[in-house]
Ligand binder design. Structure first.
Ligand code: NI
Ligand code: MN
Length: 230
């Protein structure tokens, strides 16, 4: 499984022969000037919730990838389906087998609405069970005991993407506890540094994970890492 970071919570995951884009938000990210949403090639767009810092570039991405399927909670599916986009609706607790592997939609503790204030269902996370590895993408979330359900209901995680920026989500202290709850040793940080509210000290964040014998990976924007299935 290859994971490329496009800043904030936007990641491209290459697994099972497909390209999966999470939470496209690059044009409004002052740190991601080198990334062009129009240049990203993908087969699926997975959305954790409908805040603008997660969906701002969906239209651009679909314009340039007209066959891409948007995967989101029912209300997000309804919104994009009404615009004529191809979507796959899910809701929390369920699995669906796609051609790249299985996806489970899981709980996240946050809020969700479209930029115009309309209802977008609830925020979610995703677990991907693919031939190239098992990934948990937490989305925007607080630390929650529900994370303990993931190792009980899913195959062993190879890697997880957790928010660490505080203010709107968990900080690195709570994310390190989340890493214990989900029994995953390799964590990629997200949702930090983009705005003044979520600027963090990288060394302190890494130390919070080291204390619990966990690895925190902070990718540079545009950087790709290879996750080997454990
Ligand atoms: Ni949010
Ligand atoms: Mn956010």
């Amino acid at each position: 499984m290859k994971i490329t970071y496009y800043g904030h919570s936007c990641f491209l995951v290459e697994a099972g022969g497909k390209r999966l884009l999470f939470d496209p938000f690059v044009s409004g990210n002052p740190l991601a000037g080198a990334v062009k949403a129009a240049d990203i090639r993908c087969d699926f767009v997975l959305l954790t919730h409908a805040h603008s810092d997660h969906i701002a570039d969906v239209e651009t991405v679909i314009q340039h990838n007209p066959k891409a399927v948007i995967v989101g909670i029912w209300e997000i599916h309804s919104h994009y389906s009404a615009k004529g986009y191809t979507t796959h609706p899910m809701n929390k607790g369920g699995w669906w087998s796609f051609d790249f592997g299985r996806v489970k939609m899981v709980n996240a503790v946050h809020s969700s609405s479209f930029p115009d204030g309309s209802y977008a269902g609830e925020p979610v996370g995703f677990v991907l069970d693919t031939p190239g590895g098992v990934l948990y993408m937490a989305g925007d979330t607080a630390l929650t005991l529900d994370m303990q359900l993931i190792p009980l209901t899913c195959p062993k995680l190879d890697v997880a993407i957790l928010p660490i920026g505080s203010n709107f989500t968990m900080d690195s202290h709570d994310a390190a506890i989340a890493a214990e709850y989900i029994r995953c040793d390799r964590i990629i940080g997200c949702h930090y540094d983009t705005f003044g509210y979520i600027k963090i000290d990288h060394e302190k964040a890494k130390a919070a994970f080291e204390e619990k014998d966990k690895e925190l990976i902070l990718l540079n924007i545009g950087e790709t890492c290879d996750i080997v299935k454990g």
